[in-house]
Design a protein around this ligand. Structure first.
Ligand SMILES: NC(=O)c1ccc[n+]([C@@H]2O[C@H](COP(=O)([O-])OP(=O)(O)OC[C@H]3O[C@@H](n4cnc5c(N)ncnc54)[C@H](OP(=O)(O)O)[C@@H]3O)[C@@H](O)[C@H]2O)c1
Length: 367
């Protein structure tokens, strides 16, 4: 890793090689430097959150498509903090409270790769990804929003969900699901929001967020509950649990299923700029997904969506947070400075990587 010219360092959570979650370590890395100051800001990080993709990135399963440019790699894509170093164009000013979904290619100059995540005392973010934090939410709450919130919003837009429509959202208690329920009900004004969660507090949470019906997925099948009669089928299905194929049985003719879990489609990898050679290899094989074919045979539509960081979408979410239309949902907040395996930063990763979280797992870095 390129050393800071003055040797200045900062603390971070990251990994030095691909592997299991145990590879994640507290580590000292160079303070941000060497990036294009006209397009980026440095953020003093107050909080950062964990997403399932962090585990996939750490495992190396993404390395053919999105290789880590340089080790050690600082983990996490979600940040909330204050601007420490403004961009030279003056889009942001020092001290401004902001949040962002940090993307890897913050420096377009491939000769000086600057691949840094958000779980550090400071991080670099493209000005085009950074949005002012709403005053009425904490830094911890703000850090829970960008990746999961923008994914939920982009899927609902892509699905064409209209006021009064019915929507089925699988995995309602997760980071994406908790946002999707609220957006579907309160922003897109869906007429019927149905979701799946396990019994007890997760079902209660989904109802409190706006779900009209919640199915206990451990004891009931959504196909049995909604697939036997055309009148109970849905205009839109939002798949956060890799159950897109089953959703073909509950989608209306002309309806749309959008998946975010499981293996992405090649078209989608290409759209977001995945590594070119592997795309060509796969595209030659012209792989067609079974979900796509099954949906087509029912005159419905199936697509896979990968989040694209969007200033406009995060700004829209900020407005909805500010007006209280949607609320952050936190499973918990863990301490960056503690090495305790439960209360310290490792606790956030253990909880999120277990796949059992109720909303988002956030790490507080400074108060
Ligand atoms: N394509 C993209 O751009 C994109 C973006 C964000 C996320 N994702 C993917 O989307 C998926 C969801 O992400 P997330 O952040 O929401 O995950 P998450 O927060 O880790 O989801 C955990 C929650 O999902 C519930 N759950 C697990 N399996 C379920 C099932 N079969 N039915 C109903 N609920 C179930 C768990 O409840 P229980 O404890 O009751 O099981 C838990 O509450 C992940 O696979 C992630 O990688 C993709």
């Amino acid at each position: 890793m390129m050393a800071h010219p003055n040797g200045k360092t900062m603390n971070s959570i990251g990994f030095s090689k691909y592997g299991k979650p145990a590879q994640l370590k507290k580590m000292e890395v160079p303070y941000p430097h060497g990036f294009d100051a006209s397009k980026n800001v440095v953020i003093k990080v107050h909080a950062s959150s964990v997403n399932p993709v962090d585990k996939i990135l750490l495992s190396g399963d993404l390395k053919l498509v999105f290789p880590v440019a340089e080790f050690p790699h600082v983990i996490s894509y979600d940040v909330a903090g204050v601007v420490e170093k403004a961009d030279s164009k003056g889009v942001f000013s020092v001290g401004q409270p902001v949040f962002a979904r940090v993307w890897s290619d913050v420096d377009d100059d491939k000769k000086t790769p600057w691949f840094r995540g958000a779980m550090a005392e400071f991080c670099v973010a493209r000005t085009s990804d950074v949005v002012t934090k709403p005053d009425n939410i904490s830094f911890e709450e703000a850090a829970s929003i960008p990746l999961a919130g923008m994914t939920a919003f982009q899927v609902l837009k892509e699905s064409g969900l209209k006021e009064g429509n019915s929507v089925f959202i699988s995995g309602g208690a997760g980071g994406v699901g908790t946002m999707a329920i609220q957006l579907a009900k309160h922003v897109f004004k869906a007429g019927l929001v149905v979701t799946t969660a396990s019994k007890g507090e997760k079902m209660d949470l989904c109802k409190s967020l706006g779900a009209d019906e919640v199915l206990d997925y451990k004891s009931e099948s959504f196909v049995t509950a909604y697939g036997n009669d055309d009148s109970t089928k849905f205009d839109v299905c939002f798949d956060t649990t890799a159950e897109g194929l089953e959703m073909v049985k509950i989608i209306k003719e002309g309806g749309r299923i959008v998946s975010i879990a499981g293996t992405p489609t090649l078209d989608e990898i290409r759209r977001i700029g995945g590594t070119a050679w592997i795309l060509k290899l796969f595209l030659k094989r012209k792989v067609k997904r079974k979900e796509y074919k099954a949906a087509q045979s029912m005159n419905a539509n199936w697509t896979y969506l990968f989040l694209s960081p969007s200033h406009e979408d995060l700004s829209t979410l900020a407005n909805h947070l500010e007006s209280g239309v949607i609320k952050p949902v936190l499973d918990g907040v863990w301490d960056f400075h503690s090495e305790d395996s439960e209360d310290g930063w490792q606790g956030a990763f253990n909880r999120s990587f277990s796949g059992r979280a109720k909303g988002k797992c956030v790490v507080q870095i400074s108060s």
